[in-house]
Design a protein. Structure first.
Length: 66
């Protein structure tokens, strides 16, 4: 892509009480334990999206088709 922008924003959508995130969640990130109620990184890890995004990021960074 030319010209390349300075950054790329990844948008996500959440239509329920479950958490929606791309990276890891740490319990000690704040004191609000209610936020962690629906954080399902242990029961349903979101690591697969990180692997998928890395393919698109690499293609974008090297200007190759994915």
């Amino acid at each position: 892509m030319s010209p390349q922008p300075d950054f790329v924003q990844i948008l996500t959508w959440n239509v329920g009480p479950e958490s929606h995130y791309i990276g890891s969640i740490w319990a000690n990130q704040n004191n609000n334990t209610k936020q962690l109620k629906n954080a399902t990184s242990t029961r349903a890890p979101h690591a697969d999206i990180q692997r998928l995004l890395s393919i698109f990021i690499a293609g974008y960074a090297t200007e190759t088709a994915v």
